[in-house]
Ligand binder design. Sequence first.
Ligand SMILES: [Mn+2]
Length: 446
Amino acid sequence: MLPQSVIYSLALALFANYANAAPAPDAQQVLLNCELENAADIKSSVDKTGMSFLDSYFGPILDGYTAEKVTTYGSESKKAPAEITDPVSLMLVRDEYHYPDPDDLRDLNGSAVLYRGGEFAGLNSFAHLPIGNCYDPSKFGEETFDIAVVGSPFDSGVSYRPGTRFGPRGIRTASQRLAGHTFSVYDGIDPYGSWAKIVDCMDPPITPLDNRIALDQMYRTQRAIAKHGTTEKNKYKVPKVFTLGGDHTITLPSLRAAFENWGQIAVIHIDSHLDTWDPRFFGGNVTEYQSINHGTYLHWAHEKGLLAPDACIHAAIRGPYPGKKDVEHDIKCGFDRILARDIDLIGAQAIIRKIRERVGDWPVYITVDVDSMDPAFAPASGTVEPGGWTSRELLTVLDGLKGLKVIGGDVVEVSPPYDTNAELTSLAAAQVADSIIALMMMDSEK
Ligand SMILES: [Mn+2]
């Protein structure tokens, strides 16, 4: 992504200083290793004494480092280490290094990665994704993408801790180290460097003063995003949407918009609470307005016919039930339940199997409330419940869902004002988003 012009000018000013202090560059411009095509180029960049950077610290012992020398040096049975054919030590040529030409802007405009530091640069989009032009109807047929990340900055449906209106920006800030050029150690996947075009549609304005209008704004946002076509390598015509919450109420408008494109949806709901509560008992029974909130939205999704019958499932459940009939009501809404302690009793593999069997071939929407995790890992959520999953356990379960038809998802209930200085909750949420986006990407590939 292009850094802003302000960053350009600051960096150029810095460069000007360096350029003045350093000797004038000669014809042989020394570049970093990533720019060099083969080992011969690297050798030609070694300084004139033939000493590499490491040699200057440790002496030339490493210079003749061969398999033969190692076997005679140690015991006979000692296995020689593999010879390094592309020795990094030859790359480090300190005294000979020349700063780039003052007009060389490749590292500043993003066309080459010469140095680290991109993590802090540019606008605060999710994982440094390009920002999409998502809400201009004249671009619907023109600007295509495969997955859109969008924020739903909303917290007027929460029953306990507020602050999730700042969730999207918190998660984006915590996501800055997710940025292409990195591959998961578990499955080798890098969704941002893959075939898929993924954009950040940023946050539309959502009113905090009337939930009816806010829910409609979020629904129209999701609907507009889905009107953009997809790229050539996508087997679907409709882009998928991943939403950064927001309190959990935001899942309802997302499901409503997704239903229009994908039909009935199997929801995998990872949360400490059921969230299918009968609105007559949870917060409602006074006005219709208050009957739609972060504890009842799944009831409404069921009542409006958005959910695949008997194909939805909760996981990490442990919050107390407000009433004795809650589980009965939950079953009527089409859900099965995996409890938080099942991770210890039956393990992640059995949980993954149970989820996969439950949702089958239905289009799947994965919604993760960060209160599914223990407060030790996600302290800043709307309604914290001790005894939850670790962030690792949650990510293990999510990554185990590879191959399902994941058409959308969200991570919700991140309230940055309650987070630690170390951004624990937002960091965990960003990683959850990363895992679900990867599932969405893999399913879309032709
Ligand atoms: Mn929830």
